[in-house]
Design a binder for this molecule. Sequence first.
Ligand code: SF4
Length: 454
Amino acid sequence: MNFFILDPYTNNNWRLVKDTAGGYGTGNDFGDNFLSKGLNKFVSKMISMPPMYSMYVYSILKMKNCKTEYSKEFEEEKIKNADYVILTSSIICHETEIETLKKLNSIGKKVFVIGIFGNVMKERYKLKNTHVVKGEPESFFLNLNTTEKKFVDIFFTDDKSEISNSLVVENLDSLPFPDWKYYSSKYDLKNNFLAFNSKIAIPIVATRGCPYSCFNYCTYPLQQGRKVRFRSVKNVIEEIKYWIKNLNTNKFIFRDPVFSINRKYTEELCKEIINENLKINFLIETHLKNLDDELIDLLKNAGLEMVYVGIESSNSEVLGDIKRFTINNDEQYKIIKKLVDKNIYVKSMFMFGNPGDDENTIKKSIEYSAFLPNQFVQYSVFTPYPGTPVYNLFEKKIIEQKYEKFNQYNLIYKHENLNNSKITKLKNYAYRKFYFRVSKFPIIAKSILSLVIR
Ligand code: SF4
């Protein structure tokens, strides 16, 4: 049986990653002045990865001895020869994906649509000869009987009453490793900010799910659920060793929504990385409230090089309004300082255009971001996503018709105090103020050099 995984992208001058924002994807549109446009282009050269689930599905089908290809391009001949096409879904490339789906329809292909956005917007993706895969696609394809076409074709008929499978992968250890060797032979797989070189950066996940209160507006719990599922430490270590050996890289990007969500598990994993002397550099995203001196020391010893932390706003009322509960600003400063003193790079992530924001609260957040000792910063825009609980409150206020604009860098709803043009000016101002300081020159120089260092 022959599958073709198609992962189409819209043409933009900025970095598009469908894996972020819980599988809805983000597009780093930093602004529209000269410097912001330069930053858009630069970051698109620095970071590149596909949605992880697409490569998990690739490996599952390969494990089942199905001939499978992955591509970002509409490779007509190969598509014609495939029995089935598997199309990724996202918000950031939504209109492009629908156009692709229509094209596939016109040549009579049977298409499985995978990914959380396809689930949330099922009706939009449901064309003739299309089956929208419910839940995690890994679970569906693990359970799919590929021994005969009749078992697969049933998904394109009305007779699906007998078919049921779990919507999530309960045992994450049952998954094969995503085939990054295959992927990196076709496309870049990189994050040059990690270790400031252009070696392959392996996306890896140890846990799925997030139970925190910000599920109100966040898409990760939609994609992965609010219950945390863990791979065994042994399985994660095996995968790390596998890529060190097979791709000769020591760079790993942990894609867990909150890496240190379970202290005991995190400690075990770090200790094992240290005991096995793996000597890796890794990047995590986590919550500042889950870090303290002892854990930072352990993470550093295991190879933590870079951490992304969500701060969103310096104003506690703005945060309370979106049900984001976190530690106070003094504590944030102390933890970030501790990380930086340990030579760990910190990217603090802020959100503009929160419902309680005005120009003043945003300018205060910009000042606060420059006051914190973090070396990197990200300013995105509050986005009420379809499917999240908060969306019900915003549905009637949405002013942006095109989903591809929901890239976390545009104000897509009618705000009481702000509009998109104001937000763009504030983004331009914020990036200029943060990065174009003498103290940031060494980081900028290192980042540029990473494009040529391997
Ligand atoms: S901590 Fe909040 S923002 Fe981060 S993944 Fe969990 S729900 Fe989403």
